[in-house]
Design a protein around this ligand. Structure first.
Ligand code: BDR
Ligand code: CA
Length: 312
């Protein structure tokens, strides 16, 4: 089997941790490195989470590269109410045994330039690092075989604001740069990721009984998310936003994409980070935005089964 080299760009984050576990548990993928970015938690916290998780999973040799600690232009926003102050819910990770390997933007520029057409980037945090790659060396993202991005809300409501999804809201200018980069882009928006979730019962019945270090980590990590849902008067669930973006690299047939003309709002007070989709069906001079493949449909059952098999 051919193994796809990937670089994960992430803001760890509970579902980011699950995405890392899925990537490491999948022989179709070769994780060349993990790049971190400010997002769910501040950069240093997220970087330590990536290192600690690799330690816990017995993969300390996978290099971690630290990236942007601030969005391009806007003030930073975090999602600690969802992921907990540490970003890992109630889970406690071991001390990392290796240092950070280097700078994420430099690593991305270098690797994509050295191996044009070969690397898949899976970006599951704010897109600041990827935008900085384009600023440093324009055209570099086009050298990726594919750039899979978890972000945005197309027909769905947002999760950070009524219209904006967290990763695009946290750095809308970066999302704008990446969407217009001309890279081979696949966006995996909330429209797709809200089709894949685990309930508290799923965790209790299918993960807790394994009683391994990794399964206990998952049980502890998701508790914060469950508590938040309870507080909102909703059934406790955890969405597998970021794992689905990894799933798109492992088994692309599980997702069905539509090519949509989109743009990203970078100035609106109420609409910052919104994906604006032109569905008017007008010919090119009148059309807004740029054509991007957006995953809108998921084979939910097949993905959940793959996820649960692979993460342990
Ligand atoms: C995205 O926002 C973050 O909180 C998650 O890790 C995911 O990448 C979902 O909107
Ligand atoms: Ca994330």
């Amino acid at each position: 089997m051919n193994t796809q080299p990937i670089i994960l760009d992430t803001d760890p984050g509970v579902d980011d941790a699950l995405a890392i576990m899925l990537a490491l548990g999948s022989s179709e993928l070769n994780v060349m490195g993990i790049c971190t970015v400010s997002g769910n938690v501040p950069l240093n916290t997220g970087t330590r989470n990536a290192q600690g998780l690799l330690q816990l999973l017995d993969c300390p040799e996978i290099p971690v590269f630290a990236g942007a600690d601030l969005p391009l232009k806007r003030d930073p926003v975090f999602a600690t109410e969802v992921h907990g102050e540490s970003g890992m819910g109630q889970a406690v990770l071991p001390e990392p045994s290796r240092d950070v390997k280097g700078d994420a933007v430099e690593f991305l520029v270098q690797t994509l330039s050295d191996q044009p057409g070969e690397i898949t980037i899976i970006a599951v945090g704010p897109l600041t690092n990827l935008a900085l790659v384009e600023q440093r060396q324009p055209g570099t993202l086009q050298k990726a075989k594919q750039v899979i991005v978890m972000g945005g809300a197309i027909a769905e409501t947002g999760n950070s604001t009524p219209v904006a999804e967290f990763n695009f809201y946290a750095d809308p200018h970066a999302a704008h740069t990446v969407v217009h980069s001309g890279a081979a882009l696949l966006i995996v928006p909330l429209d797709a990721t809200r089709q894949v979730k685990l309930s508290e019962t799923d965790i209790e019945n299918q993960i807790a009984p394994m009683k391994t270090v990794a399964s206990q980590f998952v049980v502890d990590a998701v508790q914060n998310v469950f508590a938040l849902y309870r507080q909102l008067g909703r059934e406790p669930i955890v969405y597998l936003h970021d794992p689905l973006a990894v799933g798109a690299a492992i088994a692309p047939e599980l997702l069905r994409a539509e090519t949509l003309y989109i743009d990203i709002e970078t100035t609106g007070d109420l609409t910052l980070g919104q994906v604006v989709t032109d569905r008017r069906g007008l010919p090119s001079p009148y059309r807004l935005g740029t054509p991007v493949d957006c995953a809108m449909h998921v084979n939910t059952e097949a993905f959940l089964s793959l996820f649960l098999k692979r993460i342990f």
